[in-house]
Design a protein around this ligand. Structure first.
Ligand code: HEM
Length: 501
């Protein structure tokens, strides 16, 4: 081996060693600055606890850790700590009693790039308060002032079930039935136009966003944005899709502004534009193009994936539990019959169906760690010091599967929501929508529960779902992602029950 080669090799090793020492030094400094965080498993420099976790089912790992470390603990996801709050009492103390401190929104690198802390779902501080109040009021006014949301959903539910029997024999093999119908509903509430069952033709190219956001590339981007940005991958597709959506919203805004009837806004988009015009001379207004796109997008994103996935899982559960499907259909036949569309009022007369829908949502646990929160200021909680900016996961799954709150938490058991007389029974532990002021905006308006009820009953009024294999062989588990869970794809038979469609 010649001297030059030895020197070159050694220099390379020395440079690498120095780089590692610098990284470790920076990392230890950062770790020290977090001070007195809640306890948690011992960590490996730079990787934190990533190697100890089940990355395919991180929510499961958090549940295991909560058994060991109690209701408040810390995990390090790479070089960043996350404080996990577990159990009803601790989550309530954090999100309700100390809500001002705990209700910031943590934005991973990908969300930061896409929305730059704008829009109701990603913003913080006064901007968030302004946009949240505005969105709640607008949706409420739209429900009252224009054609009611209920009517719009009914119409969508009708057009979902209508084309099926005409196109097919009475028994049809169908792939994941209702996934796309929700896009249509959302278009209606946010931008009014329809693109029924053809999400590819959506005015906002939302339809493939979930797949891209959950892709490993997107997750890598969150860990190391500057490096991953230089590589091709799904994250680049996502950026392009969002750019396209932003351009669409801008064009649509210009088109609408030309003929906007400010006294009669037709949808959320119009209401936002009216507010933009009202406040156009106000310095520092939040009603500008920077917030228009993410606000409209938030309504799509926050509800499309959640509702369609829940409905898809609902049909899967009917296949898995045919006796429960029969009981729901019996209640539908008794209360609604087959000649009229279901209404929101029917919910109060249908305790069993209502309990089944709640149980579907509980057992599915779509957002086991909610949408990540962030501390808005340095805070003492359970005698620990949590600095401003720390990410917090409220472990909703610890409540939704708590045996103290639900009789059979690990089974599909609608009786979890029924009293001994068969009446529907609310349960404080039903945290599918989160808790406190940062909880689901849609649920604050009663939207998701009403939409799920109308679609679910419309489907079971007209169709019976059967599996392509026996119920006991059907996998009814949901698919976990790094944040959140989605319905498992499946194939089923759909049998027409009534010709009255
Ligand atoms: C099955 C249906 C749904 C479920 C399970 C669900 C669940 C959730 C959860 C767990 C959160 C986060 C709460 C937190 O951070 O603590 C959330 C936030 C949100 N949801 Fe929903 N949601 C659903 C449907 C909807 C619908 C239909 C809409 C719109 C009409 C909506 C709009 C939002 C918005 C805008 C946020 C962000 C709120 C904020 O940051 O202030 N969601 N949702």
């Amino acid at each position: 081996m010649d001297l030059q080669h030895v020197l070159q090799t050694d220099i390379l090793s020395i440079i690498m060693a120095i780089a590692v020492i610098i990284l470790l030094w920076k990392y230890m400094g950062k770790q020290r600055s977090y001070g007195h965080l809640p306890p948690g498993p011992s960590l490996i420099p730079l990787l934190g606890n990533l190697l100890q976790m089940d990355l395919k089912r991180p929510d499961k790992s958090y549940m295991e850790l909560s058994k060991k470390y109690g209701s408040v603990f810390t995990v390090w996801l790479g070089p960043k700590p996350v404080v996990v709050v577990s159990g009803y009492q601790a989550i309530k103390e954090a999100l309700v009693d100390q809500g001002e401190e705990f209700n910031g929104r943590a934005n991973p690198a990908i969300t930061l790039k896409l929305f730059n802390e704008h829009g109701v779902g990603s913003s913080n501080g006064q901007r968030w308060k302004t946009l949240r109040n505005f969105s709640l009021t607008s949706l409420k006014n739209l429900g009252i002032g224009c054609r009611s949301l209920e009517e719009r959903v009914q119409e969508e539910a009708k057009s979902l079930v209508k084309p099926l029997p005409r196109a097919c024999p009475p028994q049809l093999r169908f792939h994941q039935p209702p996934v796309v119908c929700m896009h249509a509903y959302l278009c209606l509430s946010a931008v009014s136009s329809r693109f029924h069952c053809e999400p590819q033709r959506a005015p906002v190219p939302y339809y493939h966003q979930p797949i891209l956001v959950h892709s490993p590339w997107a997750q890598l981007y969150n860990i190391s944005p500057r490096i991953v940005e230089c590589f091709p991958g799904k994250h680049q597709e996502l950026f392009k899709a969002i750019d396209k959506a932003k351009a669409y919203i801008r064009l649509e805004a210009d088109r609408r502004l030309k003929s906007l009837d400010t006294s009669n806004p037709q949808d959320y988009f119009d209401v936002f534009l009216v507010k933009m015009l009202e406040e156009k001379d106000q310095p520092g207004t939040e009603f500008n193009y920077d917030n228009l796109f993410p606000c409209v997008w938030d309504l799509f994103a926050a509800s499309t994936e959640t509702l369609s996935s829940t409905l898809s899982h609902a049909c899967l559960m009917m296949i898995k539990y045919p006796d429960i499907q029969e009981k729901v259909q019996k209640e539908i036949d008794e209360v609604i019959g087959s000649n009229r569309v279901p209404t929101a009022d029917d919910r109060h007369k249908m305790p069993y169906t209502e309990a089944v829908i709640h149980e579907i949502q509980r057992s599915m646990c779509l957002a086991p760690t909610a949408v990540p929160h962030q501390m808005t200021r340095d805070t003492t909680f359970h005698n620990y010091h949590i600095p401003k900016g720390t990410t917090v996961f409220p472990l909703l799954s610890s409540v939704l599967f708590d045996p103290k709150l639900f009789k059979k938490p690990d089974e599909f058991y609608p009786e979890n929501f029924l009293d001994e007389n068969g009446r529907f029974k609310e349960n404080n532990g039903f945290l599918a929508f989160g808790l406190g002021k940062r909880s689901c905006l849609g649920d604050g308006m009663g939207i998701p529960r009403m939409v799920l009820f109308l679609f679910f009953t419309s489907l079971l009024q007209h169709f019976t779902f059967r599996g392509t294999k026996p119920p006991e062989e059907i996998d009814d588990t949901v698919v976990s992602y790094f944040i959140g869970r989605l319905a498992r794809p499946y194939t089923c038979y759909v049998k027409l029950r009534t010709a009255n469609i």
